[in-house]
Design a protein around this ligand. Structure first.
Ligand code: GLU
Length: 454
């Protein structure tokens, strides 16, 4: 697996200097001098993220010191969040903010509310944000936040109190030049408005740049709500285009029908693709020849789920992942394509709208079978690209049109895809490995160029 050459992906990404080119130890695990927190302790998202990093470090020939630096979050805050419930009782939640790397700019990344959030998941998601921002050349590092809560079980007023308390606990480490939050699973534009308000009230003036993914009324950007999904469609178009196909030629299955999956299905349908199956947490639906996505969206608005959509057959999540389609789009959570089902995936392309949906072992199995995986850090980068546009607009107090945003989003997605595909061809590696080579090298070069203080 080790490559003897180091990639020099573009002129603005110089190859590593000779210091960096010290051969890495043959076993590309986490280096011995990395602190314990960088060690994967279970086969969850952090193990996947660490294994991906180890592969890139080995190919780039970086030494153990650089590996330890990139494997370890720069800063982590772990907070307890007491909530006064509407009925007067009290409940306690655990929350985290992890800044994985800030060598290329302020931390950037979402805030997740989900019952399975733990610090290792947040560490993995923060690391992926570092690579994601680097691969699409945004001037940011990577960060992520999370609160272990199931937002479906709490009222809006309770969620507001949780959000404001969480924000106030992590206040010293966030800010428009320090670390900028955005929505993720279980949070939305309203959550971001509460974060912005809490931060602004405490600073004494309005600071819209502390979060992105805000409502339009308080400095949000046109196009942000659908940006991740649009980016997924651009990435898919680019990937299948390499084989001379267009979206009108492919059948698509979308796993997860939340903010990202539902809009992606809609845009796929608009572009002429046949969206044959979609699923959500309650179940899935299938229709040979393609579902009528606008009608399905209306059904979801009415009933809260895709289940029972007229004219479709029921399909469970597991069967959707192994359905005979051309493009599989996992758009829910981490670790859904594993060594248990990777062998049965029939799609030729897996386009990762979710973060970390494919485990490291599943990735290897898919690669062996020639399945092309468009990796999360590239495929779902549309969201953070338009977050960047929102932040730039807020900093300048000058707002762009939706057409400008969509055009710039597409340009950046296609540019990043082409750069990654070029490295993949030159190095004869999968798109994920190429994306990681590019991004890890960009972060390492920023780190080296800045030098170590003191
Ligand atoms: N939560 C999204 C992601 O995982 C968006 C992050 C952002 O816009 O900062 O990419």
């Amino acid at each position: 697996m080790a490559q003897t050459t180091t990639p020099s992906p573009s002129t603005d990404d110089p190859s590593p200097s000779t210091d960096d080119a010290t051969p890495a130890p043959p076993a590309a695990g986490v280096p011995a001098n990395a602190p314990d927190l960088a060690r994967p302790t279970h086969a969850g998202p952090l193990a996947t993220a660490q294994s991906q990093l180890a592969g890139a470090i080995e190919r780039l020939g970086y030494d153990a010191g650089m590996h330890a630096m990139l494997a370890t979050p720069r800063r982590e805050v772990n907070v307890a969040i007491p909530l006064r419930r509407d009925d007067g009782s009290t409940e306690l939640f655990h929350g985290f903010r992890v800044q994985h790397n800030v060598s290329r700019g302020p931390g950037k990344g979402g805030l997740r509310y989900h019952p399975s959030v733990d610090v290792d998941e947040v560490r993995a998601l923060a690391m992926w944000m570092t690579w994601k921002c680097a691969v699409v050349e945004l001037p940011y590092g990577g960060a992520k936040g999370g609160v272990a809560i199931d937002p479906r079980n709490y009222s809006q007023a309770e969620l507001e109190r949780v959000t404001r308390r969480y924000t106030s606990e992590i206040m010293p480490i966030i800010g428009p030049e320090r670390d900028i939050m955005a929505p993720d699973i279980g949070t939305d534009d309203q959550t971001m408005a509460w974060v912005m308000d809490t931060y602004s009230v405490n600073q004494g003036y309005t600071i819209p740049g502390v979060v992105t993914g805000k409502p339009l009324e308080v400095g949000g950007s046109l196009g942000r709500a659908t940006a991740t999904s649009r980016g997924v469609v651009h990435a898919t178009r680019a990937a299948i285009g390499e084989q001379g196909l267009s979206l009108a030629d492919v059948r698509v299955a979308v796993q997860g029908f939340g903010k990202v999956g539902s809009h992606a299905a809609d845009f796929f349908g608009d572009a002429g693709a046949r969206v044959e199956a979609v699923s959500d947490q309650y179940g899935g639906v299938y229709r040979s020849g393609g579902l009528d996505v606008p009608r399905l969206l209306a059904h979801v608005r009415e009933t809260g789920s895709v289940v029972g959509f007229a004219g479709s057959e029921p399909m469970d999540n597991a069967d959707l992942l192994t359905l005979d389609v051309d493009v599989l789009v996992p758009a829910a959570v981490e670790g859904v394509i594993t060594d248990v089902n990777a062998d049965q995936v029939k799609a030729r392309w897996v386009v990762e709208a979710a973060n970390g949906p494919t485990t490291a072992r599943a990735d290897a199995l898919l690669a062996e079978r020639g399945v092309v995986v468009v990796p999360d850090i590239l495929a779902n980068a549309g969201g953070v690209i338009v977050s960047y546009f929102e932040w730039v607009q807020a900093q300048q107090a000058y707002w762009w049109t939706e057409a400008e945003i969509e055009q710039r989003l597409e340009e950046r997605m296609i540019h990043a895809y082409d750069a990654v595909a070029q490295v993949a061809r030159r190095e004869k590696v999968a798109l994920r490995d190429a994306a990681l080579l590019l991004s890890v090298q960009r972060v390492a070069m920023a780190h080296k160029t800045r030098g170590l203080y003191p």
